[in-house]
Design a protein around this ligand. Structure first.
Ligand code: DAK
Length: 257
C-alpha cells in the first residue's frame, strides 16, 4: 500500500508513501490513492481530508520509469486515469487540504492543485518540469495552474520547466501559507479541525459554490451561490446557530443536518 490512511477525529490523513521514488505516482500508487479517497468519501465520520507525502517529497511527479516506454495509447489511458483520481478530490463534497512537505513537481504539483487549500513547508518546491522531458503536463497542470496563478505565470512556469520555492509559491497565490517544515502537518490538521468544527452542510455547499462558480461566468456562479444559500435554510444547523445567536446562547456543536 503506497498511501497510508489514518482518521484523527473528523479528519482523514492520507500520506503518499513511496519514499524510495520520492512518492512518484505510478499506476499502483494512483490506485491506492483512489481507494483511500473512496474510503474517506464513504466514511460519514470524516469531514475533511489532508494529503501529505512521506519523507522529503510531497510527490516528485508521475513515475518517469513507468512512462518512459508508453505508447500514445498507454499515455492517454494513464493521463485519463490520473485525471479521474484527481477529479475525485476536486469533486469530493469534503474539503481537501494539501500539506506540501517537499518536492511537488509535475504530477505532484498537479495533485496539490486538485486540492482545495495548499499549505507549504519552507522546503517545498513546486514546478511543472514536463517540457524538459519532452511531454506536456498530463494531470491537469495546463488547466489548473493558469486558473490559480494566471496565464502569464503559468506559462512562465510550464514553458521553462522551472521550479519555485515555497515563498514564491505563496507570493503568486499557488499556496495560501508557508510554515516551518516541522509545523506544517500540525498546521494542516489544525486547519482541518477548524473546518470540521463548522456546519458541514454549509461547508460543503460553500466548497461546491466556489469550485463550480470559478468555472463559469459570474451570473451563473451567483446563481450557484443563491442555491447553496437556500439549501442551508433547510438545515437544523442554520436554525440552531441563528437561534443561539439571537438568544445570546452558546451553540454546543452542529448536528450537521
Ligand atoms: N519518477 C520516478 N522516479 C523518481 C521520480 C519520478 N518522477 N522522481 C524521483 N525518482 C526517484 C529517482 O529516480 C531516485 O531513484 P533511485 O535512483 O534511488 O532508484 C529516487 O527517486 C530519489 O531521487 P533522486 O536521487 O533524484 O533525489 P534527489 O534529491 O537527488 O533529487 C529531484 C530530487 C526531485 C530533484 C529529482 O529526483 C528529480 O528531478 N525527479 C524528477 C522530477 C520530475 O521531473 N518530475 C516530473 C515528472 S513528469 C501524462 C500524465 C502525467 C504526466 C504527464 C503526462 N499523460 C500520460 C498525458 C505527468 C508528468 C510528470 O509528473
Amino acid at each position: 500500500m503506497n498511501v497510508l490512511y489514518e482518521v484523527r477525529g473528523h479528519v482523514a490523513l492520507l500520506t503518499i508513501s513511496r519514499p524510495e521514488a520520492l512518492n512518484a505516482l505510478n499506476t499502483d500508487t494512483l490506485k491506492d490513492l483512489e481507494q483511500v479517497l473512496n474510503q474517506a468519501e464513504a466514511d460519514e465520520n470524516v469531514y475533511v481530508l489532508v494529503i501529505t507525502g512521506a519523507g522529503k517529497a510531497f510527490v516528485a511527479g508521475a513515475d518517469i520509469s513507468q512512462m518512459k516506454d508508453f505508447t500514445a495509447v498507454e499515455a492517454r489511458a494513464f493521463g485519463e486515469y490520473g485525471n479521474s483520481v484527481f477529479a475525485k478530490i476536486e469533486n469530493s463534497a469534503k474539503p481537501v487540504i494539501a500539506a506540501v512537505n517537499g518536492y511537488a513537481l509535475g504530477g505532484g504539483c498537479e495533485l496539490s492543485m486538485a486540492c482545495d487549500i495548499r499549505l507549504a513547508g519552507t522546503k517545498a518546491k513546486f514546478g511543472q518540469p514536463e517540457v524538459g522531458l519532452g511531454i506536456t503536463p498530463g494531470f491537469g497542470g495546463t488547466q489548473r495552474l493558469p486558473r490559480l496563478v494566471g496565464a502569464s505565470k503559468a506559462k512562465e512556469l510550464i514553458l521553462t520547466a522551472g521550479t519555485i520555492g515555497a515563498e514564491e509559491a505563496a507570493r503568486i497565490g499557488l499556496v495560501s501559507r508557508v510554515l516551518p517544515d516541522e509545523e506544517l502537518l500540525d498546521a494542516a490538521l489544525e486547519l482541518a479541525d477548524k473546518i470540521a468544527s463548522n456546519a458541514q452542510i454549509a461547508v460543503r455547499q460553500s466548497k461546491a459554490a466556489i469550485s463550480n462558480g470559478t468555472q463559469v461566468d459570474i451570473q451563473t456562479g451567483l446563481a450557484y451561490e443563491v442555491q447553496a444559500f437556500a439549501v442551508c435554510f433547510a438545515t437544523e444547523d442554520q436554525k440552531d446557530a441563528m437561534t443561539a445567536f439571537v438568544n445570546k446562547d452558546k451553540l454546543n456543536g452542529f448536528k450537521n443536518r
